[in-house]
Design a protein around this ligand. Structure first.
Ligand code: SF4
Length: 412
């Protein structure tokens, strides 16, 4: 008899991708095989995202589309952040789902799993199918940013042990490891080891060719951490800034201001002129004035970051910001978003153009697709390289063209 087959559909952020890989590990350990497509599978798992309203909507639409497409008799299981956050409510609203399974609930075929809960964070994962892989080093968050509901359903920070992380890094056999967590630089603080991220970065970098860090809260960007990142050979700084206006940042219950952020970015560039930067900003947080917006525009112009994401504020039930006054209209938010995006797109394009003629080292992710230290996988642009370059290997290439975020390159 053929082995039962599964299909896992993942929405949301890199952290969810890691959870999906681990769920795949449990399904394969149960003797299941990967189906060729969702409509051939005996079990369809949807790993949902609950970050903001649009993400939730996409998750629900995906469940409905897959429920429609699945073959007769197949089961559909909804897991991930939405399942955790809305559990029973979601199960009532989605009768199409055979099971709504919050974190740690096995995505079995039965409606009432009686198997022990999974420690998702520490489950083994299959070897990476790409030359790079995300590794989640902690779950949850101890901060209380005004706009964010994540701590309410992901809980307090729980850092993994160094051994568990290094074991996973070894098992993945990837050339590039991308470390992720809700608040990466705080790794180890809950274990009484503030600053443990530095040792972790050094140990991972000793095992793999590239170590990349995502989501650094700016107050924890210590000199020691900057040095450790630069020493990995991947001077890529993903700074979670969210805004630059001091009063607005305080209303967000966050640290810092534009002046401090610029000083930090300048200091990193002095240490490492080749450093690449990414950040994310929220547009239209309650109380954001025209002056706040102008400050953000001026910062974006001054900082000349390689990559920026701008996101409209989304009111999340149960958060501090949900009760704040000073709502910014959807129309004004959209206007501000377009203004910022246009400004940054031009900066990104200029920074990409400036690389013309340079010899850079790429990791070849797929035939014809490479990335230097400047491009995080699935997030930033790519480098189009000759498709004769072997996948999974590093190669030196010369940049010959730039189109928006992407580069063209030839073998050096
Ligand atoms: S650092 Fe702030 S935005 Fe990030 S997960 Fe924690 S509370 Fe949310």
């Amino acid at each position: 008899m053929a082995q039962p087959s599964y299909w896992v559909e993942t929405l949301g952020c890199p952290k969810n991708q890691v959870d999906s890989d681990k769920l795949v590990g449990t399904l394969e350990a149960d003797g299941m095989t990967r189906a060729g497509s969702a409509d051939e599978a005996d079990l369809v798992v949807v790993n949902t995202c609950a970050f903001i309203e649009s993400a939730r909507q996409e998750s629900v639409e995906t469940v409905l589309a897959l429920a429609d497409a699945k073959r007769d008799g197949a089961r559909i299981v909804v897991t991930g952040c939405m399942a955790e956050r809305y559990g029973d409510e979601l199960a009532d609203a989605l009768p199409e789902a055979d099971l709504v399974a919050g974190f740690g609930v096995p995505v079995t075929l039965g409606r009432k799993p009686d198997v022990p809960a999974l420690d998702l964070l520490n489950l083994p994962r299959p070897k990476s199918s790409a030359p790079w892989a995300y590794v989640k080093i902690a779950e949850g968050c101890d901060r209380s940013c005004g706009f964010c509901a994540i701590p309410s359903f992901r809980g307090k920070q729980r850092s993994r042990s160094l051994d568990a992380i290094l074991g996973e890094v070894d098992a993945l056999e990837a050339q590039e490891i991308v470390l992720v967590a809700q608040d990466l630089a705080s790794y180890g603080r809950d274990l009484g080891h503030a600053g443990a991220i530095v040792d972790l970065v050094e140990q991972v970098a000793a095992r793999v060719a590239r170590t990349r860090l995502l989501y650094l809260y700016p107050s924890d960007l210590s000199d020691a951490l900057i040095d450790a990142v630069v020493a990995t050979g991947v001077p890529y700084f993903d700074l979670s800034l969210q805004h630059v206006s001091k009063p607005l940042l305080r209303r967000m219950r966050r640290w810092g201001d534009g002046g401090r952020f610029l000083a930090r970015i300048d200091a990193i560039r002095q240490r490492c002129p080749d450093a690449a930067f990414r950040s994310n900003f929220i547009v239209g947080y309650p109380g954001e004035t025209e002056a706040d917006h102008d400050q953000l525009l001026a910062f974006v112009e001054a900082a000349q970051l390689d990559w920026c994401g701008f996101f409209s504020y989304s009111k999340e039930g149960g958060t501090y910001a949900a009760d704040l006054d000073g709502e910014v209209s959807a129309h004004l938010m959209a206007e501000r978003l377009v203004e910022l995006s246009m400004l940054q797109d031009a900066i990104t394009a200029r920074r990409r153009q400036a690389l013309l003629g340079e010899t850079v080292e790429v990791l070849v992710d797929a035939p014809g697709v490479g990335r230097t230290h400047r491009e995080a996988p699935e997030i930033d642009g790519i480098v189009h390289v000759p498709d004769t370059l072997p996948v999974g290997q590093f190669a030196k290439v010369v940049v010959t063209g730039a189109t928006g975020p992407d580069l063209e390159a030839e073998s050096a």
